[in-house]
Design a protein around this ligand. Structure first.
Ligand code: SAH
Ligand code: SF4
Ligand code: F3S
Length: 451
């Protein structure tokens, strides 16, 4: 067993929820080997970066951040010769040996398939002074089996499938997360029950393509069964991310009317409203299919709040293609839209497609879309005005420690002042009722009701 007793460490997490989940495991695992988590790099003898390479900006930021800690001295009293710098996650997986060549002060590189090796690699790096790089192409274990230290004790990520087989032509994920692998329904149900016993109120089922869950294990997708199994744990809130429109079945949509603890929100990335672009992206649905899914969801439960991801400026996108996206976003009325400018990723098919749209044109389209999204969000949020909503309290607002912040069942951020005489600790992690007074673009503000 590696001995990391009393060594201090900090963890920086970038990217998606899968990384957030993995970071909770990294913290749990390092603590189980005796290390102590600290908040700042100045206090840390070990710095761990859990990285993302979905867009170029994510890469650039990481390189800058790793470089910037190079000259920060070790905390007083440390017996190490230098701070141990460890890079894991998707950049670790992608770049492996190239990282210590680019950044000479990197000591450990690990990937997405072997986070359990981090303590061993760290020990070896501390002992012999050389850097340690270990990347596995694939693995048959799940990081969920490692000890965990949840960021919020009342909310848990539950990965049910890892990896992606879809190969959307712009996307790096299948190359850095490997092929899709599902956990058994029994494992998932057992973890959900254990989480509930541990006081968890909200479970989010995770997967890069969560609704194709089970295809590798059972020969057919069984995502509906996974949702039922987690719902049966009795947890107060069940969510999931991220689903792919080509795999969203009527059975899963029907669960919005069947499972009382399945929250009324759906994140369904559409990426583009143009059939030509969707085809070039290899998304395997068209805009009509997507609209049909939204109609079905709204038939089952008209109150479900919708969110999506959009890429602007995919190679060859014309004004007409963009207009189709704009129209679709306008028509559907999302509560939230994550908008991205296309970023070529080396090794993906789209990176070698002809991309001759001027940068300024793409920026103009992007800005127009962002304006629309903001307008939409305000309209969507207005339907909550005057309503009482349940809010899982996550903490206090950064600007005012007497204002609570949390998410409603519809996954909208809610702010409300703490009532006189109530301390934050008394409500953190609890589900409280808030009467919504006003809808802003990005949050609802209201009054917390007693009882
Ligand atoms: N597995 C999820 C999300 C993956 S990444 C899904 O399939 O929906 C999150 C979002 O990043 C994607 O939905 C997409 O909109 C965006 N994205 C992925 N690759 C990108 C790229 N090369 N350039 C810009 N945006 C990208
Ligand atoms: Fe990337 Fe497509 Fe897989 Fe999502 S479904 S992770 S966008 S390849
Ligand atoms: Fe980024 Fe890797 Fe997630 S590339 S979006 S952290 S799977």
């Amino acid at each position: 067993m590696p001995n990391l007793a009393h060594k201090t460490f900090c963890v920086y997490t970038y990217g998606c929820q899968m990384n957030e989940h993995d970071s909770e495991r990294i913290v749990g695992m390092l603590e189980s080997h005796g290390a102590i988590r600290v908040d700042t790099v100045e206090e840390a003898e070990i710095a761990v970066f859990v990285t993302c390479c979905i867009r170029e900006a994510a890469d650039v930021r990481l390189m800058g951040q790793v470089a910037s800690i190079k000259n920060i001295p070790l905390p007083k009293g440390s017996v190490l010769r230098k701070r141990m710098v460890c890079i894991g996650g998707c950049i670790g997986q992608r770049d492996g040996d190239e990282l210590p060549a680019k950044l000479a002060h990197v000591d450990v590189v690990f990937g997405t398939q072997n986070i359990e090796r981090l303590p061993y690699l760290l020990e070896a790096a501390m002992a012999d002074g050389g850097h340690q790089v270990e990347i596995l192409e694939t693995s048959d274990s799940f990081s969920s089996e490692l000890p965990s230290k949840r960021e919020h004790p009342w909310a848990a990520w539950l990965p049910i499938t890892v990896g992606c087989n879809n190969f959307c032509t712009y996307c790096i994920v299948p190359y850095v997360r490997g092929r899709e692998r599902s956990r058994t329904l029994e494992d998932i149900a057992a973890e959900a029950r254990a989480l509930v016993e541990d006081g968890v109120k909200e479970i989010t089922l995770l997967g890069q393509n969560v609704n194709s869950y089970g295809r590798d294990l059972y020969g057919e997708p069984r995502f509906a069964d996974a949702l039922r199994a987690v719902s049966a744990s009795g947890v107060e809130r069940v969510r999931f991310a991220t689903s792919h429109p080509k795999d969203l079945t009527d059975e899963v949509i029907g669960l919005y009317a069947e499972l009382p603890n399945l929250m009324p929100s759906l994140h369904l990335p559409v990426q583009s409203g143009s059939d030509r672009i969707l085809k070039a992206m290899n998304r395997r649905y068209d805009a009509a299919h997507y609209r049909g899914l939204i109609d079905k969801v709204r038939t089952v439960n008209p109150d479900v709040s919708l969110s999506t991801d959009i890429i602007v400026g995919f190679p060859g996108e014309t004004e007409e293609d963009f207009q189709a996206t704009y129209d679709l976003v306008k028509e559907i009325g999302y509560t939230q839209v994550f908008t991205f400018i296309y970023s070529p990723r080396e090794g993906t098919p789209a990176a070698s497609m002809v991309d001759d749209t001027p940068r300024e044109v793409i920026q103009t389209r992007f800005d127009a879309l962002v304006d629309l999204v903001q307008e939409n969000a305000r309209v969507q949020n207005r339907r909550f005005e005057g309503r009482d909503v349940d809010v899982l309290v996550e903490g206090a607002s950064k600007r005012d420690d007497r204002v609570i912040v949390g998410h409603s069942a519809h996954n909208v951020t809610v702010h409300a002042p703490l009532p006189e005489g109530v301390a934050l600790d008394e409500v953190a992690g609890a589900i409280v009722t808030v009467r919504v007074d006003a809808a802003k673009a990005w949050y609802l503000s209201g009054t917390m009701l007693h009882g």
